[in-house]
Design a protein around this ligand. Structure first.
Ligand SMILES: O=C(O)CCC(=O)C(=O)O
Length: 440
């Protein structure tokens, strides 16, 4: 037994001794290894959370995420309309977004583009704009329904009807029909933005409530977004080595951007429209400014003698653009979006890097007897001041057929004022031209 106990003690002692002696060699490395792995896991865990946090702070702005977002929108190109979410346009300065935003603007405004870009989510983000747009478009109908005396009082023939109330003063398509076609179903109300205290004329609030307030709010929204796009155009011109003056600065210096509230009357309702319905509510033309902002239109059921608000049948339809391939396509705007088109000033100063957007609004007849359609819309023409020199570009003076040729309206070295006067004369109906010398 003693031998056995001694044997046991010896073996235990040996083990104790062994464990004791082995620990620095065999156990510590395991502990170090475990600690190292724990630290590594914590680093991964911490950096994962940091990544998610930073992604949240920058609004999901990792390069791949933005690229996907923009690519998703670019998918809509097949429908002819290029769209850009408002939040991406407003974050266009962030390095990971800049290139994608510029690509989208170039796809829309470049020489091969349709010339229209939809900025999405504007009404959702800017609530006061949303209410103002509805007020403004409803005011168009009230302007159209002013009686003759009020219309005359609010018209400014001495300024070529380019302030206040105007109707049937433009004609289109003179090249095709010889005499041109007058847009007699279109009522316009013009005003300068930001303000022109000497020339802007406003109807009494009791006749057309909120016109000035809603115009100012909507015009400010279109102006601000248009200036973001002008900045993108400048960067694109720089990238293409176009030695052009800054479009953004030219527009920022101007105080005579032109707002135009439009009401397209129903030919059925309209007793003054006696010569048979024209196939167009608005004939084919390109805007002569730099960039045009448009809100989604309202198409309404316009009953005879209806004094209440008419039912809205459609929103954002009607505008039709002539693409570089010679095909017309309708622009269908989401009610919460706004759209921008290219004007001839942008085409001229960029030497054709941007292509002015030829567009028209075809007359919409109701498919049902007794329902008469009318359409309200609003455009803000962003344009330089009248003394701004358009330079002498050697390229880019192309115009599609149906639009008065640019070479006949633009003389190298022209100021915007000179170009504008010749352009307005090309569209003005003869009787207005003869009536008096127009001051601009
Ligand atoms: O009504 C529209 O949508 C477009 C108006 C327009 O083309 C214009 O006023 O020049």
């Amino acid at each position: 037994m003693d031998g056995f106990r001694q044997e046991l003690f010896r073996s235990l002692k040996g083990r104790i001794c062994l464990t004791h002696w082995k620990s620095p060699v065999q156990v510590w490395p395991r502990i170090w290894c475990l600690s190292f792995l724990t630290i590594l896991a914590r680093i991964f865990w911490f950096s994962g959370w940091m990544f998610l946090f930073l992604r949240g702070v920058t609004g999901g702005g990792s390069e791949r995420c933005c690229a996907r977002k923009v690519e998703k929108q670019r998918g809509r190109m097949t429908r002819g309309l290029i769209s850009l979410p408002l939040d991406l346009l407003l974050r266009r300065n962030q390095p990971q977004i800049r290139a994608q935003v510029l690509n989208v603007v170039n796809d829309a405004f470049g020489a091969d583009g349709m010339g229209v870009i939809e900025i999405m989510g504007v009404a959702e983000t800017l609530r006061t704009y949303r209410a103002a747009r509805m007020q403004l478009l409803r005011a168009a109908r009230q302007c159209a329904r002013l009686d003759e005396e009020q219309q005359t009082e609010l018209s400014r023939p001495e300024y070529g009807y380019m302030y206040g109330w105007s109707r049937g003063k433009e004609e289109f398509d003179a090249s095709k029909s010889g005499s041109g076609q007058r847009d007699s179903l279109k009522v316009s109300y013009y005003m300068d933005f930001p303000a022109n205290h000497f020339r802007n004329v406003w109807p009494d609030e009791s006749l057309v409530p909120n016109l000035k307030a809603s115009f100012t709010r909507v015009a400010l929204t279109l102006y601000s977004l248009g200036m973001e796009l002008a900045f993108c155009c400048d960067q694109l011109m720089k990238a293409k080595n176009v030695g052009a003056p800054s479009l953004h600065d030219a527009l920022a210096d101007s105080t005579t951007h032109k707002g135009r509230l439009l009401y397209y009357c129903s030919p059925v309702r309209d007793s003054t429209h006696t010569s048979g319905p024209s196939p167009q509510w608005c004939g084919l033309h390109s805007d002569h400014g730099a960039i045009t902002g448009l809100v989604p239109s309202l198409t309404c059921d316009e009953e005879v003698d209806q004094h209440d608000e008419p039912e809205i049948l459609k929103q954002g339809t009607g505008l039709t653009v002539l693409g570089p391939d010679g095909n017309m396509s309708e622009v269908r705007l989401d009610p919460s979006s706004v759209a921008f088109q290219v004007g001839e000033v942008a085409q001229v100063i960029s030497g054709g890097s941007f292509r002015a957007t030829p567009h028209s609004v075809p007359l919409e007849l109701s498919p049902h007897e007794g329902v008469q359609r009318a359409r309200s819309s609003f455009a803000l023409f962003l344009q330089p001041s009248r003394d701004f020199s358009l330079g002498s570009p050697e390229t880019g003076l192309f115009t599609p057929s149906g639009v008065p040729p640019l070479e006949k309206r633009f003389v190298p070295g022209d100021t915007f004022g000179q170009f504008e006067a010749r352009t307005l004369a090309a569209y003005r109906v003869a009787e207005t031209e003869q009536a008096q010398e127009v001051k601009l």
